[in-house]
Ligand binder design. Structure first.
Ligand code: 6PG
Length: 478
């Protein structure tokens, strides 16, 4: 019996994807560098479906139907290249190599080009949903050639999460598009997590609401327009009591947020694209600041607070909910706008409605809101920015007063809300008729003859600052 797909790398994510494939009726050939892992998987979960045990990559390749599909699930970076190097000489033109790890999209672009030169398909797929998702239905973002998706897509769609009967998996675009979209998913994930943290801090430090009570508030929020996986698990985390001390669990966790790097990648890429993902960036920086333990210790001793006593408004909880909604929406808007910029840069035809739709289930940022986001981009007339879709223009207008009140209150109380406030600044920046950028252009022209445009004339100009301050037409040098 030849297998439909091979999986090499059987740590938890690889093992769970293999089991998910087998449970969905596919015959899965298994390979791992040390055969013990393969045997352990077969012993524990061999009854999940049809598996083929292999000991070498050659055996793995020989066990597959053609075109062969080989899914690599090893640590991102050099280990992926090492497996590709061993694997490719064993393959034939038309075979498909799949990298399901959290690889950087530039690596995926490089690998795709290298394998295409050997007439092999290379498919970088973003997989979200953690271990649980991998086993029971993740959100899947595959890149690579359309041809390879025809051979691989049906398998991936079958094992993915489904919402309203639709798979949370669709072809994203060529070469690194899948991994790029997964990276931006993680950027949005960072911002989403941070805004929830900011809401918690405001409710605790501003309104004195204890974690147990907040757990109920979050559970309540999870029944409405904020309904999402991250709100749901936040309710669980906040309701949890530490067994050792009897204190709220959240009070015994060290408040220094870790990061594996995908949020940082999003911001680096956004900077290169000139894409203003300020909320995502602030959420990465907030994690970095939280981890500066030494400086935070000193700052608590030497830096003044001078907080301004303010009356907490009666409906503060609802205000915070609305501010959270608005900030979350901006994070999605920024992430999706970044995808639009990347599509132009890399020649990808990214379908934002399909991307929003496949984020509706299985992934970490799955949320009720994504249904409406999908609809916004499925409309005949695509909005240039998510916030311009009529449904969201209205939604933000409704919550704007609360959003402003919450940010103002936070500032007065000295509670840092970098994503709430930067998202509001983004919103105001977009809609403001005149921006301070005009001053910057004047400064640049003065110190560096960098030139400027005029509101009342075409062309590029320079003022002779050190002469008679007359204006000349200039060649634009930026
Ligand atoms: C997912 C997650 C997953 C992982 C993050 C955690 O979509 O399933 O994003 O990829 O949990 O990489 O990232 P940090 O360690 O950077 O928070």
């Amino acid at each position: 019996m030849s297998a439909h797909i091979g999986v090499t790398g059987l740590a938890v994510m690889g093992a769970n994807l293999a089991r998910n494939l087998a449970r969905n009726g596919f015959t899965v050939a298994l390979h791992n560098r040390s055969v013990e892992k393969t045997d352990a998987l077969l012993e524990k979960h061999g009854t999940d479906g049809d598996f083929v045990r292999t000991e070498t990559l050659q055996e793995l390749v020989d066990s597959l139907e053609k075109p062969r599909r080989v899914l690599i699930m090893v640590k991102a970076g050099a280990p992926v290249d090492a497996v590709i190097e061993q694997l490719t000489p064993l393959l034939e033109p038309g075979d498909i190599v799949i990298d399901a790890g959290n690889s950087h999209y530039e690596d995926t672009r490089r690998r795709e080009a290298a394998l295409a030169a050997k007439d092999l398909h290379f498919v970088g797929i973003g997989v979200s949903g953690g271990e649980e998702g991998a086993l029971n239905g993740p959100s899947i973002m595959p890149g690579g050639s359309k041809e390879s998706y025809d051979a691989l897509g049906p398998l991936l769609e079958k094992i993915s999460a489904h919402v309203d009967g639709k798979p949370c998996c669709a072809w994203i675009g060529t070469d690194g598009a899948g991994h790029f979209v997964k990276m931006v998913h993680n950027g949005i994930e960072y911002a989403d997590m941070q805004v929830i943290g900011e809401a918690f801090d405001l409710l605790r430090s501003g309104a004195g609401i204890e974690p147990a009570e907040q757990s109920k508030i979050f559970a309540e929020w999870n029944t409405g327009e904020l309904s999402s996986f991250l709100i749901e698990i936040s309710a669980e985390v906040l309701g949890h009591v530490d067994a050792k001390t009897g204190k709220p669990f959240v009070d015994v966790i060290v408040d220094a947020a870790g990061q594996k790097g995908t949020g940082r990648w999003t911001v680096i890429s956004a900077l290169e694209l000139g894409s203003p993902v300020s909320g995502i960036a602030e959420s990465v920086f907030a994690r970095a600041l939280s981890s500066q333990a030494e400086q935070r210790k000193i700052a608590q001793e030497v830096l003044a607070g001078e907080e301004i006593a303010v009356e907490i408004p009666a409906n503060f909880v609802e205000d915070v909910r609305q501010a959270l909604y608005a900030s979350k929406l901006v994070s999605y808007a920024q992430g999706l706008d970044m995808l639009t910029s990347a599509a132009k840069e890399y020649g990808w035809d990214l379908k934002l409605d399909e991307i929003a739709s496949l984020w509706r289930g299985g992934c970490i940022i799955r949320a009720e809101l994504l249904k409406e986001i999908t609809n916004a981009y499925a409309a005949e007339e695509k909005p240039a920015n998510l916030l311009f879709a009529p449904a969201f223009t209205k939604a933000i207008a409704d919550v704007l007063p609360a959003w402003r009140r919450v940010v103002a209150t936070a500032v007065q109380l000295g509670i840092p809300v970098p994503v709430f406030s930067s998202s509001l600044a983004y919103y105001d920046g977009l809609r403001r008729k005149r921006l301070a950028a005009a001053v910057i252009q004047g400064q640049r022209d003065l110190f560096g003859a960098h030139t400027y445009g005029r509101v009342d004339a075409e062309g590029t100009f320079h003022t002779l600052w050190s002469e008679d301050k007359s204006e000349v037409e200039a060649v634009d040098t930026h």
